[in-house]
Design a protein around this ligand. Sequence first.
Ligand code: HEM
Length: 495
Amino acid sequence: MNLLMHYYSLFPLFIFIFFLCKLLFSSSPRDPKNSPWPPSPPKLPILGHILQLGSYPHRYFHQLCNQYGPLILLQFGSVPVLVASSSAAAREIMKDHDLIFSDRPKSTITDRLFYGSKDVAFAPYGEYWRQVRSICVLHLLSSKRVQSFRKVREEETRFMVEKIRQSCGSVINLSNIFIELTNDIVCRVTIGRKYSNEHRKNGVRGIKSLLEDVFEMLGMFDIGDYIPWLAWVNRINGFDRRVEKLGKELDEFFECVVEEHSHVKKMEADGLDLVDILLQLQRENTIGFPIHRDSVKALVLDMFAAGTHTTYTVIEWTMTELIKNPRVMEKLKDEVRTKFKRPEDLETMQYLKAVIKESFRLHSPAPLLVARRASQDVKVMGFHVAAGTLVLVNSWAIGRDPTIWENPDEFKPERFLNSNVDYKGMHFELIPFGAGRRGCPGVAFAISVIELAVATLIHDFDFSLRDEELDMSETIGMTCHKKVPLSVIATLRVG
Ligand code: HEM
């Protein structure tokens, strides 16, 4: 009896030891091979770190990296999230372990808008992705193809100049003009005509307005992807209905486009747009795998989603930084106004190229790139990363890392003049286009538009501000453009 009493009295002690062990075990977790997990700030039960993200996750992660180091492990609901904020960490993820990190996380929104993620950007890694990626690289975005769109680029750039010329002397919203420029170029190149001025065609909403909704949706946090048992919230608050409606509208739009194209058989000499090329590949069946209609529509949507906002954002930030930094503007004017006579001259303009790199460094259009997913357990910088972890690379933070960049907040293109650092995915200190097998295949396309637009603007106009202060705040979302549009007074250059 006494012995029994003794055990009963020890019972609270056993419970205490049990919870202590559990606490110790969970506060310094180790993987089976005994590597530590990356550091992680305190989190809430169930939600994890979701509520801490705020409106600008890339800025929040940047603060965390100052406290915890370049690799941190967060938890969004039930999904572990690795955030990498140094060039060394990015290199390990996108080069040393590129294959393991080549998958994309599953997303309900992209599944619904991109035909079950049948595009390139959101397709899971695998045979289908390899096929559509090869179509992109070899047929849609090759340097030869980008070259073939030269006439469209030049014409649309001239239209942009004309619009600004007509508003010379009064305040003009340059941001809007840049959106129209990139939308119109991508529209003509992809579907053969401009839709920016059409709000409704056969009862179908125009692409400009549809795209605005696509970008809004892509920037949203879908709680059901992270806490599946809370997915019902999206049904109650109307989110699911909005996504479904948008998916339907996009499909109606792209159905019309594909239908129109399938009745006209154009030849290479007629100037093919990307839908023509896809339908030709589909008809001729020479690439060794079938292309279904949904894939055509998903790929076309990809070109719009990946190519418009990103490109216009760069032109907008570059012009903003130039207006904010008169010394750099003057130096660029010198170069452009002496050298830029024909588009071929862009190749020789080293300062222009440095200005654009500097703009990419400070304003990575997609600050967290496009999320990846670890397909198996792996070690990064000595830390254990579990299969299924969502991976974000903070290219914005890397661009402002003081251990790489002297005076990182200063807009100083000269830092690129005697350097071979480029943005094409080989130098991990500057990765606005990502890197590795999932790196952006649209670099040549984007740069050809950006260089021509910026050089033409600087060549033809002088710009002054309406207000004293330039607002530098960013929008919320997957791509960060200016929150307040760039409004300036343009003056036609004399001489
Ligand atoms: C300044 C302009 C652009 C920027 C900053 C940009 C940035 C990016 C980034 C960060 C990624 C993800 C890379 C990764 O995971 O490593 C990406 C992927 C992609 N981009 Fe771009 N992009 C731009 C322009 C374009 C253009 C003009 C197109 C096509 C017209 C395009 C098509 C794509 C596609 C198809 C993917 C998906 C690649 C894959 O997952 O295999 N991008 N882009």
